[in-house]
Design a protein. Sequence first.
Length: 223
Amino acid sequence: MTLYDRLIKVKDEEYRAFQTKLVPNIDPDTILGVRTPDLRTIAKKVYESAERDAFLKDLPHRYYEENLIHFFTVALIRDFDECVKAAEAFLPYVDCWPVSDQATPKSFRKNRQKLLPYIEKWIASEHVYTARFGIRMLMNEFLDEDFKPAYLELVASKKGEDYYLKMMVAWYFATALAKQYNETVPYFEARKLDEWVHRKAIQKAVESFRVTDAHKAYLKSLR
């Protein structure tokens, strides 16, 4: 059974209609309508199969779901160097936010210091979804015990008018307000961020259960 056959077997037309609205910037004809749990199951089978390497090299893919399976498969690679190499080979082909956002390689978490130079390179990329992926990795891996204030500036200095890039910067800063409030709030007090990002980050922080009521009240005054 081919990968396409597996996808067709579990596709859902109602879910496809939902996905085409959720990801409006790609061709709806490339969306089959397969739910994430099914995609992860298929990705695990691809990862364990003899066809894995051939699939990962067969770029670009035709279907949205193939791209998701690709990144889910990459995320399963246990060796850091192999995993990051596969991620870098695929990132230029990422064309929408769900593909950029859903894969989180476990090997990255175990090798944060080796990962950091790659994150810095990805954030500097002019390709929107490579930069978005880099910011998300920085948010996931470097807002807790490995946090440094310099990482805030790394994201704040990323400029661009693309909606999905600005939304990721806002998401990063909203999460930073929840996890590293004292170091992050000066960016809002001094209005160092793009005005749209500034307001969106505050909105998301105010909606978060991880931000205290006192901090929410103060952030509202900074809108």
